[in-house]
Design a protein around this ligand. Structure first.
Ligand code: GYE
Length: 310
């Protein structure tokens, strides 16, 4: 509930700042919530926002940044769809003295090219998911299938690493299939259908999905295969969107790790201090990751979160 309260924007003095926000798109409920909350946080500070939806394409984000630079915005927020290919446009922003803040994903570029990155510990999230399965299986054999996030994105890379780290040394746990579902419900369902066809539902013990939306799509596929999600196939994912809490409340999913959609609040606070008196923020502002399981009151949390822009 505290995380829900933290999402409430606070009133603040008006400002004459204009910020460009290059958003990836709306591939998941979490991403939609991030957009909603970012617009609330910006409006609460009286900042003018130029919003660009990239439809999941890096070239559209690069074009948007060049447009923001040409318009002379005071700062840029970007959720970078993939980790590589940003050096040139970030250098152009630096040359124009426009600070850039990364939201929810990181880039493989020198960190002097951005003011700060506001993200969760993506490796840790994967480790928490893996550790949950280690504990839940308690030594019993488990053949795991994995739905990866967008290929080349820092969450897909890091959440895979973290999960593999946690299950390493536990020979009873094995990832037998792993493929990208691009963070979407539709692709999560399609890829889960292919896993079920290839492995046979009785040979899959658990699904690890890099986000809840792919897990929700997979739940549909598991049901259509005549199996019980959460029982026949255990399901652990990340984001803690409302529908994940609802699935856990209905015993159709087992665990999720919370990712706050309010990356903009800390980003705008760091930016305000930087613009006011040159206070340089740390290169990484880390947001919390909290595990939710059936032990939590997921129905109550669902009721609170469903009204928050997902
Ligand atoms: O988990 C997913 C979204 O970048 C960490 O992107 C974020 C991920 C989030 O599509 O729902």
């Amino acid at each position: 509930l505290a995380s829900a309260i933290a999402l409430m924007p606070f009133a603040a003095a008006a400002s004459d700042l204009t910020i460009g926000f290059s958003q990836i798109g709306s591939e998941s409920g979490w991403r939609a919530a991030e957009t909603t909350v970012t617009k609330q946080e910006v409006a609460a500070r009286g900042i003018q926002l130029k919003f660009a939806d990239a439809q999941q394409k890096q070239e559209n984000q690069i074009s948007a940044l060049r447009s923001f630079i040409a318009q002379g915005v005071d700062a840029i927020l970007i959720a970078p769809v993939v980790a590589t290919g940003w050096d040139e446009v970030l250098e152009e922003a630096q040359d124009a003295d426009i600070p850039v803040i990364l939201l929810d994903r990181t880039v493989d570029a020198p960190d002097d090219l951005y003011l700060t990155a506001v993200t969760s510990d993506l490796v840790h999230e994967g480790s928490v998911a893996g550790q949950w399965l280690v504990d839940d299986m308690a030594g019993a054999d488990c053949r795991i299938v994995e739905l990866q996030g967008t290929t080349g994105s820092s969450p897909a890379i890091d959440r895979k690493t973290g999960f593999e780290n946690a299950i390493s040394g536990h020979d009873n746990l094995e990832i037998v299939r792993s493929q990208t579902g691009d963070f979407t419900r539709s692709q999560g369902k399609v890829v889960m259908e292919s896993f079920l066809k290839a492995e046979g539902g009785d040979n899959i013990c658990a699904l690890y999905a890099h986000n809840d939306d792919m897990a929700v799509g997979a739940i549909q596929a598991i049901k259509e295969a005549g199996l019980k999600p959460g029982t026949d196939i255990k399901i652990v994912a990340i984001d803690a969107v409302p529908d994940a809490h609802l699935a856990i409340a209905n015993s159709e999913m087992n665990a999720t790790i919370e990712l706050t959609p309010n990356m903009a609040g800390p980003a705008l606070d760091a930016l305000a201090a930087y613009l006011a008196d040159g206070t340089v923020p740390p290169k990484w502002i880390q947001t919390e990751s909290r595990l939710y399981t059936a032990a939590d009151d997921n129905q109550a949390i669902y009721e609170v979160k469903k009204g928050l822009g997902y």
